[in-house]
Ligand binder design. Structure first.
Ligand code: FES
Ligand SMILES: [Fe+2]
Length: 420
């Protein structure tokens, strides 16, 4: 694990190149992740003149929204005697400390210290970061040097309903980042109708394109019932009749916040689906229940029994159990990757390559964060599929080798995937 120290003077080791789990200030993994805008909050959850304490990549900060609606991100503590700023109040575009009234603007500059000389405030400044509201989320840039433009995602700027949401999971963000396609029939057997009976899924049922992953302009792509694009460094783009972007953002090294934004079509069918979802959420379905996950991990409750109670709404419980069950941070020394883990192997190799380049001051790959194609769908006006994907998303079945027995007819599962 990297020692948290001054990033510019620290000499990193081989161990740091493969460490992206630790993301605190000064860690190599943290420096790499900070080179990208990260969502930090669901925009509608921050009302004007409200402040919220947040923790992102082990850094505690104060997010607040000015009276005119502009969000700002500044340091966590007041520079005077360290009171938590979020318990103060917002005045215009500034935030005032609750203890002795020092006030800071959105750049972190102290603009008032009522009990001090008038010239005093100008000497005081706390940290601040650029923020931007987009697609229902508040994004922040916590990186070194000049702030790059916030990447846009034209596929989500089209007509439809944008809904942003978030949940927290108590394990390292990489465990969700490496959440692969192969887990679906086992972890979520009740959520995807038509899957083979529990435990009957095996390598012979997998189409070749589902075991192939390739580096792309935006990161990597893997595919299951729908394609999932891994957008470097911590985003997934998925969907078919809807479009979803999901970021896994570390809170610290043992928990992360999943922030998503989803665009759904403006049709009667989707109006009904949105209503049903809102109703289910009001009843508490879909909410991550950590007591339940703890009970599953403690052997007091079986996932099979829960599956029957609220089928379709247990994804977070199921994913939470399998991910937190790996430990808060997975032990890299254990585990045996197989043929089906090609996506993970590639992901780790790319991360290592980029972190090594960062540590050595060499040029990094310039990712095109919105170059991924959305899956073709009759619902949306077409964004043409990227030909870069064609050579592996539509692979033919492997040719039969002479002398082997006749090819097995495709299973129901294979046929379902071929149609999707
Ligand atoms: S601690 Fe904030 S003004 Fe004194
Ligand atoms: Fe899952």
């Amino acid at each position: 694990m990297a020692v948290e120290t001054d990033a510019m003077t620290h000499r990193y080791t081989e161990e740091d190149y493969t460490d992206w789990e630790h993301t605190g200030p000064g860690t190599l993994g943290g420096r790499y992740l900070r080179r990208f805008w990260q969502p930090v909050y669901v925009a509608k959850d921050l009302k004007p003149e409200w402040a919220a304490p947040i923790k992102i990549m082990s850094e505690q900060l104060t997010l607040y929204r000015g009276a005119n609606g502009t969000p700002y991100l500044v340091g966590f503590n007041c520079a005077h005697r360290g009171t938590q700023l979020s318990i103060g109040w917002v005045e215009g575009d500034c935030i005032r400390c609750r203890y002795h009234g020092w006030m800071y603007d959105g750049t972190g500059q102290c603009v008032e210290a009522p009990l001090e000389e008038p010239s005093f405030p100008q000497k005081i400044k706390i940290k601040s970061y650029p923020v931007h509201e987009y697609l229902g989320l508040i994004f922040a840039y916590l990186g070194e040097g000049a702030t790059p433009p916030l990447p846009r995602h034209p596929g989500l700027e089209q007509e439809g309903v944008i809904e942003a949401s978030s949940f927290i999971r108590h394990c390292n963000y990489v465990q969700e980042l490496e959440n692969d396609s192969g887990h679906v029939p086992f972890t979520h057997p009740q959520n995807y109708g038509g899957l083979p009976p529990k435990g009957s899924f095996c390598l012979a049922d997998v189409l070749p394109q589902h075991l192939i992953s390739k580096e792309t302009k935006w990161g990597l792509t893997r595919s299951t019932v729908t394609e999932v694009h891994h957008v470097t460094p911590n985003t997934h783009a998925t969907g078919r009749a809807y479009r979803e972007l999901k970021w896994m953002v570390p809170i610290d090294d043992e928990s992360y916040v999943s922030l998503s934004t989803e665009l759904t079509p403006l049709t009667e069918e989707w109006d009904k689906r949105r209503e049903a979802k809102a109703e289910a959420e009001a009843k508490g379905y879909g909410r991550t229940n950590y007591d339940l996950i703890d009970s599953v991990l403690a052997g007091k409750v079986r996932l099979e029994d829960l599956d029957r109670q609220a089928p379709g709404y247990l994804i977070n419980i199921q994913d939470g159990a399998v991910q937190i069950g790996q430990g808060r941070i997975r032990d890299k020394e254990t585990g045996h990757l197989g043929r089906s883990d090609v996506f993970i192997v590639m992901l780790r190799k790319i991360k290592e390559r980029e972190q090594r380049a960062l540590a050595e001051g060499r040029p990094l790959k310039q990712w095109q964060s919105s170059a991924y194609p959305w899956p073709a769908s009759s619902t949306w006006p077409g964004i043409p599929a990227d030909p870069e994907l064609d050579d592996y998303l539509h692979l033919p079945r492997p040719a039969k080798q002479p002398g082997t027995s006749a090819a097995k007819p495709p299973s129901e599962w294979q046929r379902a995937l071929s149609r999707s």
